[in-house]
Write a protein that binds this ligand. Sequence first.
Ligand code: FE2
Ligand code: FE2
Length: 465
Amino acid sequence: MDSSRQKGRISRDIVNQLAVIVRTSQIHDPRNVAVASAVEKFVANVNALMQEEGPLEIEMVGEYFYLNGERVKFTTEHLLNFDSLLREFKRRRLGSVKFLCETRPEEVQAFLGAFISSQSAAEPFEDLRMMTERLKCIQAGGVRRIAEGSEDIRKAVKHTYFNAVSFTRGVMNKIKTGERISMKKAKRVVETMVDTLLEKEEFLLGMTVIKDYDEYTFHHSVNVSILSVALGQKLGMDKMKLMELGLVALFHDIGKTVIPNEVLNKPGAFDAEDWKLMVRHPVFGVKIIFNMKNFDASSIRAAITAYEHHIHPDGSGYPGARKLSEIDLFSRIVAIADQYDAMTSARVYARSPMSPDSALALMVRRSAAELDPLLLKFFINLVGTYPVGTLVMLDTRELGIVSGANTAEHLRPRVTIITDTDGNRINSPVVADLAEQDGAGGYPRSIVKAVDHNRYGINLAEYFL
Ligand SMILES: [Fe+2]
Ligand SMILES: [Fe+2]
């Protein structure tokens, strides 16, 4: 086996074992047998890696753990353990645990004892540091890179998102002037999106809250692509499939490029002539895709979805009727992402967007007739009970915008607090993790309900840029 993969596995095991011994020693005494055998395994792994690497540092940066500066990757089976360990670190403002020399089980147990008892201290990190000072090999470090780390991630994600938007703008402009475009570059753009989504899912999902009124179609195409890939990932698709799905979704509305802007951006209602043109965008899309360079199997799939994404399983919709089972899986996925993004965006013919939760509620009501009900369930699970971008009222009477999900606790996402308890806007919004408990095991903040951001005149994009 190649050594970097092997090292990745050992790093993951070490962090996972740390999560396990922390949790078991919260239930049992650190000297209990169940804890003791887990501690022994942990110590064996740490010492083995130290023989090759020298001192080890397990560090929390943002939402991830790093081992000697390298991010520890994990699979879904470790998700809950990693999540709970992150919470324990954050609760104590603990940034890292260092192993300076080869350790022994007794020392790890002493560290665990201090770790557990610091939980209820007024200054948990100071308390933990004091209690572990006399340990020879294990050292507790404070939070160091958290702000910088998550800043970097945000920058990278923002870059990926806007790169995809400007690529889409470029493609659509070229098509307007009659230029033939190539599928190759689109594949590269989509690959970067898929990679970013696989690594930093909630950050990229958060970007889909950006709905630009003037550049609606470009942002919409990218948003639908991101939401579709995220849904595909929930369905267990591999990276190759996800890339194809992302590409297909990015081009679903490509047919709109031949509809004149006066129609697309018409203020007020469409007349019969406008609709006649609008309902043809699926067919225009097929023609455009067939005219692209580097035509291949994924182009065919893109053409199918461009054609099918407004066909409803009950036979309504346009351009032609089909049964649910006959509609391509990609088209059914894109139809869901498409409706959701369209409903939550401000457009010329729907000036005020719906809040994410009311859009989901409406989609559920329509699902039997217009959408695949099972896929919609997965989608709701993905965007959560309180999707990123939802404005929420907290029990502290503060208002906040959901800015990140907590996988293990759907009702306790991360929220950017934007007003004080009297409803006054605050200048520098702070992010609160609603899953974080106070010393007594209670929650300082909880969501009371989702509220309509239109009523409060809040521009969501402002908080995501
Ligand atoms: Fe469409
Ligand atoms: Fe669309």
